[in-house]
Design a protein around this ligand. Structure first.
Ligand code: SF4
Length: 350
């Protein structure tokens, strides 16, 4: 039986006493059996479920109740019987969980875990941009803050961005944000010239460039290439694959679920993976006989890695950091997310 806490519990174990708040986040606790037992004990006490994004550290993925992409986790949060959600991911993702489950307590183990792509446009930037194009329809990728989503007409994922834009009256201008690579991909596929693209990007993907991708593909002529379209750090690879930089028949544009399915079905001995490196942990578990290699082994999101074992333990112990989205913003943001459902296959977000 679970119990709902009304008062925060105190960190009293020797383990928790070692937690240090440093420049890269909380440290000082090893992810061993003692840590795992303490995390599970506190999760039960708090009536909490632990959700972990695919790019989380392996120890965090292993202890979580659910592992997946941002939208899949936001849906899991809404469906969970527990009253508290501990969201191990970056801040906009925890906000999305709060938007879809306003009645629940949503905690992120370290609220400093941001996202350079989401941070590339603020609500003030968007208001100004909209004022320059008052009749335009605003389409936002899900990697955006709740405030930006609240000013958006329709959200999209990379899986359905083309469908969303094609559903808009061809005579209306479109403001597409914040990812310039996804925007360029959508512009090319739809052939629209009245689409304006915000010049945002995820700094992690900067290393997944055309030369590196081409060199890797040429060095492994029998390897397949998996590109995860819902990842801000792989949208440049998506653009390059569409441009013919790599042979089309060897490129698989796959959601996380599709990637895991394809991992167990592939006949290739080697697969190059263009996404954040955390995904390799899931793929290697799904198909240990396949040699999965990152296109860029430096494509690790430092924000995702701020959710350390120490941060998770602290979060459960003190009930922090709580995610708040005001009711009006949450309502408007929820509408823009709901409008994207039904346009193609929205997949699961980043
Ligand atoms: S990988 Fe890039 S887009 Fe994804 S959370 Fe990190 S900074 Fe944001």
């Amino acid at each position: 039986m679970t119990t709902t806490l009304t008062q925060p519990v105190r960190l009293e174990s020797e383990l928790a006493a070692g937690i240090v708040d440093g420049p890269g986040g909380y440290t000082g606790v090893e992810a061993g059996p003692e840590w795992a037992a303490e995390v599970r004990r506190l999760a039960t006490l708090r009536n909490a479920t632990i959700l972990a994004h695919n790019y989380q550290l392996p120890a965090i993925q292993d202890i979580a109740d659910h592992v997946g992409d941002s939208l899949a986790l936001a849906r899991a949060a809404a469906a969970a019987p527990e009253q508290t959600i501990v969201f191990c991911g970056v801040h906009f993702m925890a906000e999305s969980a709060k938007i879809l489950s306003p009645e629940k307590t949503v905690l992120i183990p370290d609220e400093r875990a941001g996202c350079s792509l989401a941070d590339s446009i603020t609500a003030a930037d968007l208001r100004e941009w909209k004022s320059e194009h008052p009749d335009a329809v605003v389409v936002s990728y899900v990697n955006t803050t709740a405030e930006v989503k609240a000013l958006t007409d329709i959200c999209c994922t990379s899986s359905n961005a083309v469908d969303v834009v094609e559903s808009i009256d061809p005579d209306r201008e479109v403001l597409f944000l914040p990812d310039q690579f996804l925007g360029a991909h959508v512009k090319r596929v739809t052939g629209r010239d009245n689409i304006h693209i915000w010049a945002g990007e995820c700094h992690v993907h900067a290393g997944i460039n055309g030369e590196e991708l081409t060199a890797q593909v040429e060095a492994s002529p029998d390897a397949e290439l998996f590109v995860h379209p819902e990842c801000g750090c792989a949208t440049s690879a998506l653009y390059l694959a569409g441009e013919g930089t790599v042979p089309e028949d060897r490129v698989k544009i796959l959601s996380t679920g599709g990637m895991l399915d394809q991992a167990s079905q592939t006949k290739a001995e080697k697969v190059l993976v263009a996404t954040e490196v955390g995904m390799l942990y899931q793929l290697r578990k799904a198909a240990p006989e396949v040699d999965f290699q990152p296109v860029n082994d430096r494509a690790a999101c430092p924000y995702m890695k701020m959710i350390t074992p120490a941060a998770l333990l602290r979060s459960l112990a003190v009930g922090a950091d709580e995610v708040h989205v005001d009711e009006q913003t949450a309502h408007a943001a929820r509408l823009s997310v709901e409008r994207m459902i039904g346009h193609g296959d929205p997949g699961s977000g980043e």
